[in-house]
Design a protein around this ligand. Structure first.
Ligand code: GCO
Ligand code: MG
Length: 448
């Protein structure tokens, strides 16, 4: 071991050569520039990362994908999409991560994770953790392809036949929402999230314009929406009373409050919907202050889910170890990849908290593919969100997972089973879109 602490930061085997920083939005390649010695298939040299680039595409909505290639020509993909802040992650990867990846051993997944996390000095945060996740997932994908095994097999093998999913039903009013729940039941869904317009509010989170699929990031600059907690708290329990009356009890029902309530208001709602036995109530209150969930817990036995905006185990440590939640929603793309989410899931398991991964359309099929392999293995699996991607998106990202009998089933192809059609992706250039914001009726800023 060298004691020369002036040596360049490098993997144990290779020093990253200088690379020209490419621009964020355009697909670019940074190659090592050096000709590497002939490598035997499967040897360490074979795994040397020789190229990596970021692909930004907008087949209906924006996605950022990291593509890593080894000396042997094995390609791995990682999702790097952070809705409304896509180019921040693209630039983080292109400017700061790709140059240090070149020359490293793609098989050193843990070491590369630690290098990118500790080595950044500025730890955590959605941009950093999404960038790390993209690298991590691409490397697990490469490992699976080199081993000729599906990702779930590398994690420890199959624990279940497919992942129970919940889809999104919504309506401008309660009756429209309940009708849509019925249509999903007919399609075989066993779990449905229900959201309805709130009387007196022009636009409500989770509710689409008539006939259109719901997609929150719809305008170049943030759309300003108006929120009223009293109006919402009056109508939300009625939605579930109606859905149970229309569709009975042989169905898992979920609901997303989307961070809109104070802890005591959240406790009120959790108590009011208790008779309708929800599978979970999601993001009932913002969770920066993890102790605030103690208040909800004191008043209700409605199961609680939280964490789609978290990016590390530290965001939910108290929530989990104090058993203040039942489901943790942090998923692979925003939580540092498989390497970190596996730790989080293990920590959750010993506190009987189960997974319920975020799966909105702003997470690409690459994330969904990886998540489904994880769901297939993880012992403390709860449920997987499944918000349907548009056909254009599915065409850009060929994948082998399928929906059957209320579950999503990952495929058996090596790695995570999702690729990208770059020719098609290039036909959908980046289109700036931001998430809406919410204000109270008096104009004060609120949580969207
Ligand atoms: C969900 C989420 C999403 C988010 C979106 C923001 O539960 O699916 O709340 O709908 O709003 O991911 O980018
Ligand atoms: Mg949510």
């Amino acid at each position: 071991m060298s004691t020369d602490d002036s040596r360049a930061s490098a993997s144990p085997r290779a020093t990253a050569p200088m690379a020209t920083a490419p621009t964020a939005a355009a697909p670019t390649t940074v190659a090592s520039g050096s000709s590497s010695p002939a490598a035997k298939p499967g040897s360490t040299l074979d795994r040397r990362i020789v190229a990596a680039r970021v692909i930004v595409t907008c087949p209906g909505r924006n996605f950022v994908t990291l593509r890593i290639e080894t000396q042997a020509g094995v390609v791995g993909l990682g999702d790097a999409t952070l809705n409304g802040r896509e180019l921040a992650v693209a630039a983080y990867l292109t400017e700061h991560v790709i140059p240090v990846l070149i020359g490293r051993d793609a098989g050193q997944i843990e070491d590369i994770w630690q290098f990118l996390y500790r080595g950044a000095y500025w730890r955590r945060g959605p941009v950093t953790m999404t960038a790390i996740a993209a690298v991590d997932v691409a490397l697990w994908d490469i490992l699976g392809k080199m081993a000729g095994l599906p990702l779930y097999q590398l994690l420890g093998g199959r624990s279940r036949e497919g992942a129970l999913v919940y889809c999104h039903a919504n309506g401008r009013d309660i009756s429209e929402a309940s009708d849509q729940v019925g249509r999903y039941i007919e399609q075989g869904y066993k779990a449905v999230r229900a959201q309805a317009g709130v009387p007196g509010l022009r636009k409500t989170y989770g509710v689409s314009a008539s006939g259109k699929a719901y997609e929150p990031a719809e305008s170049e600059l943030p759309l300003e929406t108006v929120w009223s907690t009293p109006k919402y708290l009056r109508s939300a329990p009625e939605l579930f009373e109606r859905v149970r009356a229309d569709h009975g009890w042989d169905l898992e029902l979920l609901h997303d409050v989307h961070h809109r309530l104070t802890p005591i208001e959240a406790a009120r709602l959790a108590k009011d919907v208790e008779p309708f036995r929800l599978f979970w109530l999601e993001d009932a209150t913002p969770a920066e202050n993890q102790k605030s969930f103690e208040l909800i817990r004191k008043h209700s036995v409605t199961p609680l889910a939280v964490g789609e905006v978290f990016n590390s185990i530290w965001d939910c440590k108290h929530l989990i170890e104090s058993q203040l939640i039942d489901y943790i929603r942090t998923t692979i793309v925003h939580g540092g990849g498989i390497t970190h989410i596996r730790r989080l899931a293990d920590f959750a398991a010993i506190h009987q908290v189960r997974t319920g991964f975020h799966g909105a359309t702003d997470l690409s099929p690459v994330c969904m593919g990886a998540a489904l392999h994880f769901d297939t293995w993880v012992p403390n699996f709860g449920i997987q969100e499944y918000m349907h991607h548009s056909q254009e998106t599915l065409d850009v990202f060929p994948h082998d997972y399928v929906f059957r009998d209320g579950r999503l089933h990952c495929g058996e192809s090596p790695g995570h089973g999702v690729s990208i059609d770059e020719t098609l992706a290039a036909k959908f250039p980046y289109s700036p879109k931001q998430l809406p914001i919410a204000r109270l009726e008096d104009g004060g800023m609120w949580d969207w």
